[in-house]
Design a protein around this ligand. Structure first.
Ligand code: NAD
Length: 353
């Protein structure tokens, strides 16, 4: 399947301006070669249905109503509701669903002030978290996020203004969070930044270092701070690192060697500490998203590239801002007890080609 992507690249490279700023014509060329066209070429008008116990009318069929292209687009409207899992609702859940919840757990989320981290925080509240702690460098957004979560749920939620590059601030915040809520059960590392459309030969070394410092060193510092306390207390835990598909594939068409390297580092760091800390019952797994419809990507300069990204994604869309929620809750829950050292892609199929 790699040949499909090679064909797309070959077809576009000749006609597309280096940064794909507004070259709509070349975007259409990409779409013409995209395998999503081939994928949709087999279409049934009816789907046979067989039911057991058999109905008196015997087998039947249902008509297939084709979707319009626009219906594949992500609904960018964000669900503003947050429904905490009540004790009563938890008690009524089956054992399997109880195990898939995070009932009673204390969870720290970095980068939880907005975007994917914020939506994973909301999901953890809905899945039964007892306490939630957000670390984020953005004071205003962080304060607003915890106020909103508290007002909507009544759950204890605390925001610490922490830059994940600042080891002392991280340790102070983790210590205070432990005083308030006890040793955390779960850490979700979502804080991160992205640079793109910068050629490696032109990359400013200070920018390169800054990104590695936030995405990779920051992941190390927070994981170490929380992991140390879990180990010292003999408490089992789950650490979830938000990496990226860019840690496993090279994005196209934009050049972003530093981001890709930082996320590859996160994945390999995750596997390494998963191996080291398994003896302490600390599990470490990575979530690797594909292109997501978050503020990081909602900039006019990326519009033309987004068309290319969609055309290279089998689901023909960007991920919604809450598309990581289910996996995050699962990895945080005891239902994933035998999972550690995994790197799970959530990319609409992008990495299949
Ligand atoms: N959006 C995507 O397409 C995409 C794809 C793959 C992976 N990711 C990863 O997912 C994570 C979240 O991305 P997002 O799209 O929600 O981004 P976002 O910019 O919406 O949210 C990132 C959050 O991290 C915080 N943050 C940034 N630098 C920080 C620092 N030094 N210290 C503490 N907090 C800091 C920001 O204030 C923000 O609240 C990032 O690690 C990103 O690399 C995103």
């Amino acid at each position: 399947m790699a040949t499909i992507r090679s064909a797309v690249r070959a077809a576009t490279r000749a006609s597309v301006a280096p940064r794909f700023a507004t070259n709509i014509g070349s975007v259409q060329a990409v779409r013409a070669f995209s395998s999503s066209t081939a994928r949709l070429s087999v279409r049934e008008k009816e789907v046979p249905v067989t039911t057991w116990p058999a109905t008196k009318d015997g087998p039947s069929s249902i008509p297939v109503i084709p979707k319009k292209q626009s219906e594949f687009e992500v609904d960018a409207a964000e669900n503003e509701e947050v429904h905490p899992l009540t004790q009563e609702a938890y008690n009524k859940m089956s054992p399997t669903m109880q195990k898939m919840s995070v009932h009673g757990k204390t969870i720290i989320i970095t980068g939880g002030a907005r975007g994917l981290g914020n939506h994973m925080a909301r999901a953890c509240v809905e899945a039964g978290a007892a306490n939630l702690v957000i670390f984020d460098a953005n004071q205003e957004l962080g304060e607003a996020a915890v106020r909103e979560l508290y007002e909507k749920t009544g759950l204890p939620v605390t925001f610490f203004k922490v830059d994940v590059r600042d080891e002392d601030a991280i340790n102070a915040a983790v210590d205070r969070a432990v005083e308030m809520y006890g040793i955390p059960d779960v850490l979700v590392n979502a804080a991160g930044i992205a640079d793109s459309n910068i050629k490696a030969e032109e990359y400013d070394s200070k920018m390169f270092r800054r990104l590695i410092d936030i995405n990779l060193n920051g992941t190390f510092l927070v994981s170490q701070a929380v992991g140390r306390r879990m180990i010292a207390a003999g408490k089992p835990g789950s650490i979830i690192l938000v990496a990226s598909m860019s840690g496993s594939i090279v994005n196209y068409p934009q050049e972003q060697s530093c981001y890709n390297a930082s996320k590859a580092g996160v994945i390999q760091f995750g596997k390494s500490i998963a191996s080291e800390w398994a003896k302490y019952n600390i599990r470490v797994n990575c979530i690797s998203p594909g292109y997501m419809d978050t503020a990081l990507n909602r900039v006019p300069a990326l519009e033309a590239q987004k068309k290319i990204w969609r055309s290279l994604t089998p689901q023909n869309r960007l991920g919604a801002v809450d598309d990581l929620n289910g996996l995050c809750v699962f990895l945080a829950s005891d239902a994933s007890g035998f999972m550690t050292g995994s790197n799970i892609l959530i990319d609409g199929g992008y990495s299949c080609y």
